[in-house]
Write a protein that binds this ligand. Structure first.
Ligand SMILES: C[S@@+](CC[C@H](N)C(=O)[O-])C[C@H]1O[C@@H](n2cnc3c(N)ncnc32)[C@H](O)[C@@H]1O
Length: 341
């Protein structure tokens, strides 16, 4: 990243949270869904969202200024979704990214960051939950998080299923599998595949609901518990970690990969999808900022890098670990195999 030179560049960062909050407010008001079928006027949007016209007008100006909405000024009047908002923020069969922004990022993650400075000084008593285990002991929190995660993970699961050839795999262990977004997508693509989702008990309850809705209860089963403590099923063809390696301490990541090696049959593969910064730890910004956010509720957590992940895979006994791009500028995919024996 080029060092900043102007006050405007500092302003953009200092006040960046206001743009996030404008997006989140739009998500709470279901504004992007209200614009799904085409332009609407201010008064129509006020009636649909239940918002006061003056406040809504201020929000609409903010959203137009950030490029999330467009204002029409011609024969047609009113507001419409920008192309990216129409694609990502309007509800489809798996919900939308707006659901994820509203329920997980704004309702849950955002308040955690309130005392980030204290946490960085070692004062964890000022945050409500110490780690994922204590956080998801609360069933409502686990449900809010995991249901909205499903909407965000569905496109990533479709990307994984296009990138990775799992033909010939019969057993997949999806560690920290959450709602089952990845297991469901991969089982749909590979009729011979069965999956086990390992996650905390209250998350497993959410996963069971999604798997039942997908009519896959005969092919997806569950192990409820902390992945660092419970026994893992053996003789797996593939072990998947999606957005899990950044949710445990650095030592915990190594333990997860050793457990994956023991759970795999000879020749089986491990897949790790997560936020990773470059090996020089200078960026890109999105994975760097995600690691900082995670630190608020992940004691001992670090920003993952390709070198850190492949080093731990090596130590765990895997062969030829390699890392490639996944969601541009945000996540990467690491892959390795257990020796064929
Ligand atoms: C960001 S979510 C990702 C869910 C799913 N893998 C996906 O990509 O949609 C992280 C998941 O990891 C789970 N998790 C975190 N630490 C865990 C642990 N120690 N044991 C079991 N699950 C864990 C959380 O409960 C949560 O479901």
């Amino acid at each position: 990243m080029k060092p900043l030179e102007t006050p405007e560049e500092i302003f953009r960062i200092a006040f960046g949270y206001m743009a996030s909050k404008a997006l989140f407010a739009g998500a709470h008001l279901r504004l992007f869904d209200a614009l799904a079928d085409g332009p609407r006027s201010l008064s129509e949007l006020a009636a649909t969202t239940g918002a006061d016209e003056r406040g809504l007008s201020t929000l609409l100006t903010a959203l137009v200024s950030t490029g999330l909405l467009e204002k029409l000024d011609g024969a047609e009047e009113g507001f419409r979704n920008a192309p990216a908002s129409q694609t990502m923020l309007v509800s489809g069969p798996d919900g939308s990214f707006a659901d994820y922004c509203r329920d997980q990022v704004d309702r849950q993650m955002y308040p955690f960051l309130h005392n980030l400075h204290d946490v960085l000084r070692g004062r964890r008593d000022t945050v409500p939950f110490q780690d994922y285990a204590s956080w998801f002991a609360d069933a409502d929190e686990a449900s809010l998080y995991s249901e909205s995660q499903h909407a965000a993970s569905a496109p990533a699961a479709a990307l994984l299923s296009a990138l990775v050839d799992l033909s010939g795999c019969r057993r997949l262990l999806d560690v920290g599998g959450g709602s089952g977004a990845f297991s469901i997508t991969l089982c749909r693509q590979h009729p011979e595949l069965s999956a086990t989702i390992l996650d905390f008990p209250n998350v497993v309850e959410v996963g069971r609901r999604f798997v039942a809705e997908a009519e896959l209860t005969d092919r997806v089963d569950f192990v409820a518990g902390n992945a660092l403590e419970v026994a893992w099923p053996k003789e797996q063809d593939a072990v998947l970690f999606s957005y899990v390696s950044g949710s445990v301490s650095a030592e915990g990541v190594g333990e997860l990969y050793r457990r994956a090696h023991r759970a795999l049959r000879p020749g089986g593969q491990v897949l790790i999808h997560d936020f990773m910064v470059d090996d020089d730890r200078c960026g890109p910004p999105l994975p760097a900022l995600w690691a900082l956010q995670h630190f608020a509720f992940t004691p001992g957590g670090v920003a993952l890098t390709p070198g850190f992940v492949t080093g731990l895979l090596d130590e765990a006994g895997f062969e030829k670990p390699e890392v490639g791009p996944f969601i541009p500028g945000m996540t990467r995919l690491a892959r390795a195999r257990k020796a064929a024996g």
